[in-house]
Structure formats: C-alpha cells, structure tokens
Design a protein around this ligand. Sequence first.
Ligand code: PEP
Ligand code: MG
Length: 325
Amino acid sequence: HLFEISKFSHEPAKSLDGITTEVCANIELLEEVVAVKDKGADGIGLYRTEFLYMNRRALPTEEELFENYKEAVDLMEGKPVTIRTLDVAGEKVAKGLMAPHEDNPALGQRAIRFCMRHPGILRTQLRAILRAASHGKIRLLFPMISSVEEILAVNQIVREVQQDLESHNVEFGHDVETGMMIEVPSAAVCADLFSPHVDFFSIGTNDLIQYSLAVDRGNKNVAHLFQPLHPAVLRMVKRVSETARDAGIRMAMCGEMAADPLHIPLLMGMNFDEFSMNPQAVPVVKSVVRSLDHGQCQALLEEALKLPTADEIADLITGTYGDLV
Ligand code: PEP
Ligand code: MG
C-alpha cells in the first residue's frame, strides 16, 4: 500500500469521478523545496516567509528576499508558489524593530497588523515578491485579514508598489494573483464581503480553529479541545467554500486540517481547488483523493453537518471510509 502511495505521488490527484484537486506543500525554508518535489506536490501552497526576518540584527534587503523567492520559483520549475507576506509578532522580528511586549500576542499586532504598522517592511517584501514573479508562477497571500478595510489597504499598497516598479522600468510579474488567508472567524463569516477584493481564499485552519474555539493551538492542556471536526469549524469552512464558488474565485486550504486523511472526505464534499500541507503528507492525501467520489463526499458532508459533536462526525467518516482514512 505504501509503495502504491509513493509510486503515484507525482501524478495529479484525480477523484473517482474525474475531478482534480491540487495537492501542494507548505514550507518555511528554501531547503524544504527538495522534499516538496520529492513528495510530488503540485506546487507550494504556502511559503511562510518569517525565517529571513527572525533572530537577526538587520532586516533583510529587497535583494536578499528577491534572490530567495526567485530561487523558490526556479526550483519549482513552473509549478505555482504561493508566498505569504510576513506573519510575525513584533517581538520575534529583527532587533531594533522590537514591538512593545504584548500580553496576548495571538490577539495582538501580528501578521498584517504588524505590516500595516510598518508599511516600509511590507513594501520591500512586496517589491521582492513581484520581481520574483517575472521568473515563475507566484501567488501573493496576506495573513490574518480580519476586516475589509485591511484588504482594501493592502491592495492599495500592492498597486502603489506595482506603479513604482513600472515607472522605474523594473522587471516584475504582471499577472500575480492575490489572495487572503481565511483564518479569523470574522473573515470566514463575512467571506462574501471579501471575495470581490481577492483572486483566491486560503483557509488557515490552524488559526481558524484556535480563534473560533478559543483554544491556544500550542497549549497542551487544551489540545483535546482543538477539534478540526467541531461542527462550528465545519460550518464555517463549508460556508467559505460556497462563497468562493459563488464568487468564482479559487479556494484553497493550507492549514494542517488538510493533512489528515480522516478529514479529506468532508473537504472533498466542498469545492476546494487545492489542499496544502506539510510535504510528508502529500502522497497519502493524493491517494485518498483518488479513492473518493465527490457526490458521495457531498452526501457524507450533509450527514456530518447534522451531527452535534466532533466525535460523532469522526465516527461517521470512519464508519463509511474506515479502510481509506
Ligand atoms: C494557519 O493558520 O492555518 C496557517 C496555515 O498559518 P500558520 O500555521 O503559519 O499560522
Ligand atoms: Mg495562521
């Protein structure tokens, strides 16, 4: 079975009824691209870009960032690379930029909030990303968007950076799709208000679960309450997927919920164009996708949404697909 899984890992993940879902990988370091390719991922669905900003004296230069992103797209040889802008809380960033201590950093000035506070940092990163996009297929992804004002503001900054590159005759990619993470409940609930302003959604279940269930994703004492199959999570994810379909925009999931075969039948009952996860899980997720039928998954999802607890939902899935998941 394991042999079968790895044998076909470089093939597209096409369901029994012929629908292909891209299965991509998440990375934090350029070095991980080797594993991404080795495991047969269809692209990089999430490049977390924090590393070059952390634990160092000075901020990275545009050139350093550009070289790094360009190498990622070069190595991926035409496959898409989704680059997420800096998602960090001030305290961890390069010295000299230390933000004040926050009692509750998960609810503080992290990610896009930090970047809007330091727009120069964001502009430098955007220049590097847009320039690298002239060398391959790049998608641009913004983390922790919680209000429409934020996405309008970042879109405005992207336009300004594009105009600036244009007016200085700097080469850059002109067809970069921009998207937002859906990882704060406000964005999930109001997805229809955001969809006109982006080319794609990527659901970040690590944070979406943390914020919607009020469970610190790193706290062992409450780890049992971190439930991807909680009815509230499923309802939100389903609603976002319907919104994306109605708006005709691309829909991805880049949280680790998509790495667990148990969750795939329900996710296949929605309308995902892409799942992205740690590279190691790619082959098995592809093989699960291949063994499922969308119509059956939709029916299973409808049943699951009637159940009151995560345990009952898990039992329903294993009762139906036990051998697969
Ligand atoms: C997420 O929140 O699900 C996600 C993919 O982002 P990160 O784990 O980097 O917060
Ligand atoms: Mg997140």
